[in-house]
Design a protein around this ligand. Structure first.
Ligand code: FES
Ligand SMILES: [Fe+2]
Length: 408
């Protein structure tokens, strides 16, 4: 039995030890005041993931990102110059919500109220009956821009008008390390969305530890991730902390006995539970400890994105807080474009299996939230395998206390 602190593959033992071993408070999951502080000091201050560039394939492609905790809605749109920008979804005339569709294609965004029209770069192009607005400066009446940048095709926004840190600086060495992953080749997407009655941190917690796998996923995929014979509990390894972000590796097993449909899918492709089905060489940026039992790397980019990087596919979990006890969870599973029906079958099988696994993950979240506020306990107990959960809470607390780690 290994532990985080003596595991041969731990990279950041010192930083991890500095987090301590005390129980962590439940208050941040249930306190409206704490949630308000998170809104003001995290979600209105830091870079936040909102989507992928594949969602904006051409000039004029847009999607709307609702940010209910921050009381705003954003239009994320590709300009005629190819640049991805984000704007508050609010008409400068009388404040109407400009775009009501979730996504689409628009050469011009026209307000339904009085017909003011805006170009994809946010500039105002048309004001009906403009003469009734004497002295109106069209150039000063464009949409309100929000800082936007991309990293490896991931689109991030920052609501802070006094931006303290660029995206590259914010992502730091972790962003650089993951640069070799072929995100741009994995463009076929299967997506899920759920509105959960659970705090956003509780949702993220469920995806940054493997301790639950043997129990919560015993009916679905646990036997694919039990690791070697001496690692029956899916103990993760390779923990590394990167300022506000973190990564770890999850072990896999080749001993899973596939069901008949799964065996067929394994013959043609690489569902996420399949370690031995062949495929491309593992990108050098993955499996940093070179563990032969490696299955995937589990990365969380603060505050709202968990990235599960497999060899040949990857998964994003995006968490958007609505209130202290409500979160929108969007999962997206990316593959290379299917070359034929067999590829498609393998991908569909993998997506369905993943959906069932994610339903198991989601099953505990609302139940936990429903008793967090009972007052029965004021803390939760975290083991060494849950060090990423501990780190997330420490980072949130740093921000809420007003002393975030900025830069590297
Ligand atoms: S509120 Fe948009 S045109 Fe009047
Ligand atoms: Fe899980």
């Amino acid at each position: 039995m290994t532990t985080v602190n003596d595991h041969p593959f731990v990279l950041d033992a010192e930083a991890i030890a500095a987090l301590g071993t005390d129980p962590v408070p439940i208050e941040p999951y249930i306190s409206p005041d704490y949630c308000e502080a998170e809104r003001d000091l995290i979600f209105k201050k830091t870079w936040t993931y909102v989507g992928r560039v594949e969602q904006l394939p051409a000039p004029g492609s847009f999607f709307v990102k609702e940010l209910p905790l921050c009381s705003t809605s954003l239009i994320v749109i590709r300009g005629r110059d190819g640049v991805v920008r984000a704007f508050h979804n609010m008409c400068p005339h009388r404040g109407n919500k400009l775009v009501w569709d979730e996504a689409g294609q628009a050469n011009s965004m026209v307000c339904r109220f009085h017909g003011w029209a805006f170009r994809p770069d946010g500039s105002l192009s048309v004001v009906p009956e403009q003469e009734i607005f004497p002295g109106l400066d069209l150039a000063a009446c464009g949409l309100t821009a929000v800082a936007t940048d991309t990293w490896e095709g991931f689109i991030f926004i920052n609501l802070d008008p006094d931006l303290a840190l660029g995206l590259a600086e914010f992502l730091g060495p972790l962003g650089e390390e993951l640069g070799g992953y072929p995100f741009d080749e994995l463009t076929t997407c299967y997506a899920w969305r759920a509105e959960l009655k659970a705090n956003w941190k509780a949702c993220l917690d469920a995806f940054i530890e493997g301790y639950h796998v043997r129990f919560l996923h015993r009916r679905s995929v646990a036997d694919a991730f039990e690791g070697s014979a001496d690692n029956r509990y899916c103990d993760a390894y390779g923990f590394k902390l990167y300022g506000d972000h973190r990564r770890l590796s999850i072990p896999g097993s080749s001993s899973r006995t596939p069901k008949p449909g799964e065996a067929l899918a394994f013959r043609f492709g690489r569902p996420f539970v399949s370690r031995e089905a062949g495929g491309p060489e593992v990108p050098a940026c993955l499996n940093p400890t070179r563990n032969p039992s490696w299955a995937f790397d589990d990365i969380s980019l603060f505050p709202n994105l968990a990235l599960l990087l497999f060899n040949g596919s990857y998964l994003t979990h995006e968490f958007t807080p609505v209130s202290v006890d409500q979160t929108i969870w969007e999962g997206r599973y990316y593959f290379p474009p299917a070359r034929n029906g067999a590829d498609r079958f393998a991908q569909e099988y993998g997506a369905c299996l993943l959906r069932d696994t994610l339903l198991e993950d989601a099953s505990t979240l609302e139940q936990s939230q429903s008793v967090f506020a009972s007052g029965a306990r004021s803390t939760m107990i975290l083991g060494e395998q849950e060090v990423a959960v501990r780190h997330l809470h420490a980072v949130v607390e740093d921000h809420v206390q007003g002393h975030p780690k900025l830069g590297w």
